[in-house]
Design a protein around this ligand. Structure first.
Ligand code: ZN
Length: 95
């Protein structure tokens, strides 16, 4: 009889956000590139590489360059970030 360990791990993936095309060049405060885009983030506990139990489902801004991530709750919050960012680009911070 052979012993088969249960392989338990984590499986996660990013799904494209609906408005990704519109918001795919946001500013990354970590690496200062304009590559940040919104994604739907899902993380599951996986047994034998099969996702069985979700422990995080949410929306995040992701930088593909440095893997910086920030959660956001809804479109309203995303719009706010986008607006703030357009101010940063135009050099109107603090004005
Ligand atoms: Zn970055």
């Amino acid at each position: 009889m052979s012993f088969v360990p249960i392989v338990c791990g984590k499986k996660d993936w990013d799904k494209e956000y609906e408005q990704s095309a519109q918001y795919n060049s946001l500013y990354c405060p970590n690496c200062h590139n304009y590559n940040v885009r919104p994604v739907k983030r899902r993380e599951f506990i996986a047994i034998w590489f099969i996702p069985v139990f979700p422990f995080f489902v949410g929306k995040q801004l992701v930088c593909p360059v440095c893997n910086w991530r920030q959660d956001f709750k809804n479109d309203e919050q995303l719009q706010k970030v986008v607006k703030e960012q357009s101010n940063i680009r135009q050099g109107k911070v603090g004005a």
